[in-house]
Design a protein around this ligand. Sequence first.
Ligand SMILES: Cc1cc2nc3c(=O)[nH]c(=O)nc-3n(C[C@H](O)[C@H](O)[C@H](O)COP(=O)(O)OP(=O)(O)OC[C@H]3O[C@@H](n4cnc5c(N)ncnc54)[C@H](O)[C@@H]3O)c2cc1C
Length: 432
Amino acid sequence: MAVPRILIVGGGYVGMYTALRLQRKLHRGEAQVTVVDDDSYMTYQPFLPEAAAGSIEARHVVVPLRQVLSSCRIFSGRATSVRLADRKAEVKPHEGPELTLDYDYVVLAPGSVSRLLPIPGLAESGIGFKTVEEAIHLRNHVLGRMDVAASTTDEEVRRRALTFVFVGGGFAGVEALAELEDMATYACRFFKGIRRTDMRWVLVEATDRILPEVGPDMGRWTARQLSERGVEVRMRTLLKSAENCHIVLDDGDAFDTDTLVWTAGVKPNPLVRAGDLPLDEKGRVRATPFLRVEGTDFAFTAGDAAAVPDLTRPGQMCPPNAQHAVRQARRLADNLLAALRGGGLRPYRHKSAGSVASLGLYKGVAQVYGRELRGYPAWFMHRTYHLMRMPTLNKKSRILADWTLGLFFPREIVSLGAVQNPREEFTLAARM
Ligand SMILES: Cc1cc2nc3c(=O)[nH]c(=O)nc-3n(C[C@H](O)[C@H](O)[C@H](O)COP(=O)(O)OP(=O)(O)OC[C@H]3O[C@@H](n4cnc5c(N)ncnc54)[C@H](O)[C@@H]3O)c2cc1C
């Protein structure tokens, strides 16, 4: 009898944790698991802000799929469509022709992408904050702009270089801004002629609150904390235009910047629209409480791309966060195994425990099981919680080592922006 083929599309939180569990629980020869991902690694996104600030080495926040999923087949490429009707997926490898993969069971876990709005200049001038590459770029970029500002006599260039704009006051935006601002403030002591007051850090948020994940009180406290640190927190404000990096806000303010970070929400990965998947009004794959794709008994889904009913809040869907993604992955893997073996499936149920966020070294905010924490205790909880959650002992140890070294030695303030053009030096030499 042919071995059942399980295809997992996306090797992020849901994809990697599902594959890990299947790898552990499947008997030899019981099924063949293939994981398709554009990247060959899973990114632990909650650590991206600390990676951008240099508190953690960027390579330590990603988990190589081939290393941890040694019993699975890893396919590096982009799925371009998944069809339920004939159980096929089209996959585009990094090079060479597109392939068709047949499957018996499929797990749809492509996550989400930045939700851009049709704002003039945004796509050309902005950058998101979802990938490790973006985190590395931003770190190099911020320190690089400080280098530029410290070395120019042109006031206009200097002002522009030292203006940093973040749009979107959710987790990603607030944590990224807070961590990078903290790093830049520290770095000022080594840049003669740049004081903290010379830098302009602006957080633009459309609604009247930031960090909704930690509740209204903690959101207000965070806004006050950031303001006391000199960050301009502009609530009830919209970005109207960003053409040629000239920022125009709807309150009439306008200024130039070299740094525009867009973190104003995410939307389901557009892959889910390419095929015959049932979608809800927000474009998410419709899931049953058993994490099956609605109307099927062989397709499963979870995470940011899925609309999973939240059984603890009837009528609502689970929010797109890692807390749910990692737990859904466990339930999904067990339900898939049950389907494979002809057993009973169990519904997914998890009551949100709250949220923790880091706001720079020794600074944080948290709301956990209704308890609110701020400052050092929240920051410590953020680090402890995520360290425990980080996959593999190898990565845990490396991150712990990064933090321990950070206690005894000064922070790194070097900008390696040139890695984006590594051949520049060589081609220059060829012309000499
Ligand atoms: C900066 C930041 C900080 C965050 N902090 C927190 C936090 O503190 N707490 C919390 O609970 N949540 C946090 N989140 C949210 C959390 O990371 C996500 O909810 C979680 O990653 C969702 O898991 P997922 O598996 O659905 O998607 P992902 O983990 O994003 O995985 C999707 C995977 O699919 C792959 N993929 C995409 N398209 C294709 C394709 N066409 N073909 C093949 N593969 C594809 C991607 O490469 C990726 O590996 C944060 C997110 C960000 C960006």
